[in-house]
Design a protein around this ligand. Structure first.
Ligand code: SME
Length: 162
């Protein structure tokens, strides 16, 4: 397998995603093991964008349970409807939060987090089985470019493992 993900220095955000996605697909190949796939996806996305925290929560009953991630230690269980991740599980839509302090009910796993994006990961039946949460130490890091590319990545992950 490849030892690293290669991204061009100085590339735009969209270019970085364009470079990342095919390498991620090559890295994962036909492996369908949930922990293995989510772990390498969390690592690849995290280091591609030098984020504060990048990881997955998987759906178990009416809550999200911490899954593979990169970054500081994090909340282990989030109830449906709670925080940004729980809101995504409840509403089924990606949330881009430019300022976490302005999001009612935001769960501060890390006091360094300033903005975040949470994207649902669905199975073939359209059920949300996990969410991808990416946190930044800067305000307003995430936009519609992140939303579009991370949704593409999460759709592919969902089809691969669920
Ligand atoms: N901030 C998230 C909680 C998860 S962590 O940031 C890793 C939220 O409000 O859902």
């Amino acid at each position: 397998m490849a030892e690293s993900i290669f991204l061009t220095e100085g590339a735009t955000k969209a270019e970085r995603y364009e470079q990342l996605i095919p390498q991620l697909k090559t890295l994962i190949g036909d492996d369908t093991h949930q922990t293995a796939v989510l772990s390498n996806c969390a690592s690849a996305i995290h280091f591609a964008f030098d984020s504060l925290w990048t990881g997955f929560y998987t759906v178990e009953g009416d809550e999200l349970v911490l899954g593979p991630f990169q970054g500081p230690i994090a909340c282990m269980r989030i109830k449906i409807g709670k925080g940004v991740s729980g809101a995504v599980l409840a509403n089924g839509e990606t949330l881009v939060v430019p300022d976490v302090d302005a999001f009612p009910g935001h769960i501060a796993c890390s006091s360094d987090s300033r903005s975040e994006i949470v994207v649902p990961v669905r199975d073939a039946a359209g059920e949300i089985r996990a969410v991808l949460d990416v946190d930044s130490a800067s305000l307003g890091t995430f936009d519609d470019t992140d939303r579009a590319y991370l949704e593409t990545i999460c759709d592919w992950i969902g089809a691969q493992i669920f």
